[in-house]
Each structure stands twice: as C-alpha cells, then as structure tokens.
Design a protein around this ligand. Structure first.
Ligand code: SAM
Length: 460
C-alpha cells in the first residue's frame, strides 16, 4: 500500500487553493462540503468561482501565489497549470509539513484525492494510488448504482440507536448480528422508502425482543422488456437482496441471471390461460404466505407491473393481509420496444397522443372501442396482439382507418434476437403468413411507424 487512507476533519479549518479555473472550482466545492474555510489565490477566476464566493465560506484573492500565502493553512491544493508554481507550492508545503495535493501530480503531492461515493455520514473513498483515476471513477460509478442514495439516512438513524444497542447487547458479536439484521432486512427497506416512523418503531421492537419473527416484505418489481440494462437501480438492489423470487414467463434469462445465487426461484408464469398457467389467486396467496414466514419476496414481472401486469390485484391482496410492500416501476414493453425499434411513440409531425391497448380482455374477448382508435395523429400500441393481429387490422379498416396506415410488429423487443417487421393494415395478414413470428410481440399502429426507416438503430 503506497498511501494510508484516512478521513481528515477540516471543519472550520483554513485551507488554501491555488488556481482559479474549473479544476480549482471542483476541489473548492469538495472542501466546502467538508465545511472548510477556503482562501483561493489566483490572478484570474472563472465566473462560477466568483458566483460561489458570494454565498460560500470562500475568499478569492486576485494575485500571484506567494510563500506567505501558506502560513496557518491546514491543507493546500494546487490547481494551476504552471509547473514552476506547482513545484514551489509542493516544496514550501512539505517544508512546513502541511498536507499538499498538486492536481494530477502524485509525485508533488503528500496526499491524493480519492473518488467519492457520498452517502454522508457514510463516505466511500476509492483510489488507484494516482495511477488510474479513470478506473477509480468507473468503480465509483458502479458503487453509485448499488448503494441506495438513502444509506446516509440509515446511518444517521443507526447512530441515534448506538448507545441503546450497546446497553442492550453487552457482547460485540451480538451487536454485530443485531445491526446486520437491521441493515439487510425489512427495516432498512422501510428507511429507503421513506417510512421512518415505522422503521424506528421496528428498531425499538427488535431491541425489546430480538428473536421475535418479523413479517417479511414483498417487492413488486418491473423487470422491463428484456434487456437487463433497462432495470432500475432499485429493481436491481431489491432483486439481489430477496430470499425468494416469483417470476413470470416474460422475465428474460439475462435478468434472472442477476438474482442472488442462493435465492429460492419460483416460476409462476401464465400462458394465455393454458393449463401450464399459474392461477392468479395462487400467486397472491403464495406471496402472503412467504412474507408471513419472514421472507423478503421479490415478485418479478415483465415490463411494468402496473401495465397489463395484474400488479394491482397482487398488492390488493397484500394490503388486505397487512403485508408491507413496495412497487418498483419497470420499462413497459411499449417504451422499450418502440425505443429499440426507432419508433418514437409521439412526434410533433405525426402523433400527439398514444394509447396502450390490450388485445386480451378478462373474459377472453377483444371487445375494443374501435371508433376511438380512428383519430388523426394518434399512436396505438397493442399488447398481446399476435394471435388477433389480422382481426385488429380488419376492424380498424372497417371503422375507417386508412388501409395504408403503417404498422410495426416488434418481436422480442430490446433483446439480441429482436426483429422489427414493418407493414400496413392491408398487407399485415400476408406478412404474418410468410414470416415465422413468435411471442412476445408488440404491435404499433400509426404514422410514427414510418420513422423506423430513418431512426432504426438497434439490431436488424
Ligand atoms: C401480459 S402483458 C405484460 C406487459 C408488461 N407488464 C409490460 O409493461 O410490458 C405481455 C405482453 O407484453 C408485450 N411484451 C412484453 N415484453 C415484450 C418484448 N420484449 N417484446 C415484445 N413485446 C413484449 C407482449 O405484447 C406481451 O404479449
């Protein structure tokens, strides 16, 4: 190890920054977060520094750096592009034993600045010893995605209970087990979703009777249309911390790869009402039972759970049974497939509104309000429309839609196997006869489909 990582307290301490450009600005913003009192010396200052000095603990002195500037400073940062000044600052600072950082010059620095993930009071510092700062920033970006932004709040709350926990558990090992159960369990999730009062009440309860079984929680998570990169940060986090995952047929195998290896997987897919389908009522009951046994349950659904996903019915049952739950929206097939097919759902020249329609109703019919679809400048997205596609085209023409209206069928949208078929209302039946198209498919009807020719960017 070439450097010892330490966290330095600069609250109300004088710090000197030499330089007046963007880099100096960045360093000053960091020092301000640490509540330092800053003097910045430079012959010129960028506008942002001028503005910042009006509201922050920052004194700008317009002049060249001189040796006397470093007296009484607790820390110095040199952010100039003048190598002679940088070397002088480094030498003077070292002579006076003041920690110094010369930007991008580890050889002239007594300390280096790490990349930070800030969830104050939790702060993660990443360094590559000044050898690969870009790599440190990439690692930081990865960490940013997996550490919830509200970790800081969780740490603050934990801080408030530190003494009580010490009083309750005399052994360090017991305290560790207690805190692990708080930080990795339902209580942490309550903090992340803003339910502070409930979270604090639960901590109190746990302090009284640590071994008592608490109810688990259900996460109704939208897995998006297939590409795992389209998951939200929150979806990924909840997927990875669940003890059991109940997943649908349309959740892609790439998304399933992200589930924790030791989680229990339960397939609850449906297939157009066939015998292989899991009954909705059984899924609802299973969610309740699993949560009651104290498990963290992820109900993973393709696309968005509230769009043709029966997510509402599932959380209705949870709510009736007093089971805590969270809902994480996902990218619905209409958004994902249209984006990956280069078909904007709205466009100022072609479409001012967009309708999402299911071609399958609860009772198995396709009783749709056809007249409402025959409106100019409207895009209609049909979900679950492959088997009824010919019928839909026929009905739209019958109700007055232009028979040449463009139509797109997107097969396995956002996935590497994605295929986009472009046709028109009259020609689609012919295309379906000639092509071997498989579900899942999404059908987009409207003038915007024409844009695919120019804007298609993904796959075929
Ligand atoms: C039961 S609905 C669920 C919709 C889902 N909740 C959503 O928000 O996307 C299933 C239908 O979504 C559409 N779909 C879902 N994923 C798709 C994909 N990757 N490509 C094309 N269509 C998709 C298909 O029309 C499929 O029949």
């Amino acid at each position: 190890m070439d450097y010892l990582p330490i966290f330095i307290n600069l609250r109300q301490k004088s710090c000197l920054v030499v330089g007046g450009g963007d880099i100096a600005l960045r360093k000053i913003k960091l020092l301000l977060k640490a509540q330092a009192i800053i003097t910045c010396v430079s012959p010129t200052f960028c506008n942002s520094l001028d503005d910042l000095s009006k509201e922050a603990n920052l004194l700008l002195i317009k002049k060249k750096f001189e040796l006397s500037d470093i007296s009484n400073q607790s820390l110095i940062i040199s952010a100039t592009n003048d190598s002679f000044i940088n070397e002088s600052i480094s030498k003077f600072a070292n002579d006076f034993r003041i920690p110094v950082n010369v930007v991008d010059s580890p050889d002239l620095s007594s300390f280096i600045m790490p990349s930070l993930v800030n969830r104050s009071p939790v702060i993660i510092a990443i360094s590559s010893n000044g050898k690969a700062p870009v790599l440190s920033r990439l690692i930081r970006a990865k960490l940013e995605t997996v550490i919830p932004s509200s970790y800081g709040v969780l740490a603050e709350i934990a801080g408030g209970y530190r003494q009580k926990v010490k009083d309750r558990f005399s052994k360090i090992k017991d305290r560790r087990v207690f805190w692990e159960s708080i930080f990795t369990g339902v209580i942490a999730e309550k903090v992340f979703s803003g339910r502070m009062i409930e979270a604090k009440a639960d901590i109190e309860k746990q302090l009284k009777d640590f071994n008592e079984l608490t109810t688990g929680e259900v996460y109704l998570v939208g897995a998006g249309p297939g590409d795992p990169d389209l998951l939200t940060f929150k979806a990924l986090r909840l997927i990875q911390q669940s003890d059991v995952v109940l997943y649908d047929r349309l959740v892609s195998k790439e998304v399933m790869e992200l589930v924790r290896r030791d989680s229990e997987l339960i397939y609850v897919g449906k297939q157009g009402g066939s015998d292989k389908s899991t009954r909705q009522i059984d899924i609802n009951d299973q969610l309740v039972e699993l949560a009651k046994s104290g498990k963290r349950v992820c109900r993973l659904k393709g696309g968005d759970p509230f769009i043709f996903g029966r997510g509402g019915e599932e959380i209705d049952t949870l709510s009736e049974n007093g089971i805590p739950f969270q809902v994480v929206p996902g990218i619905t097939a209409a958004s994902g497939c249209s984006a990956y097919a280069g078909i904007p759902l709205t466009h100022r020249d072609y479409s001012q509104s967009c309708r999402f329609v299911t071609a399958h109703l609860k009772n198995g019919t396709t009783n749709l309000p056809w007249e409402e679809f025959i409106i100019d400048q409207q895009t209609i997205v049909f979900y679950m429309a492959l088997s009824g596609a010919n019928y839909i085209c026929e009905k739209l023409i019958e109700h007055g839609m232009d028979k040449d209206m463009p139509i797109a069928i997107i097969e396995k949208g956002t996935m590497p196997e994605q295929k986009v078929y472009i046709s028109s209302l009259t020609e689609l039946p012919d295309l379906l006869k000639k092509q071997d198209i498989h579900a899942p498919t999404l059908m987009i009807v409207g003038e915007v489909v024409k844009l695919n020719e120019k804007l298609n960017w993904y796959g075929n």
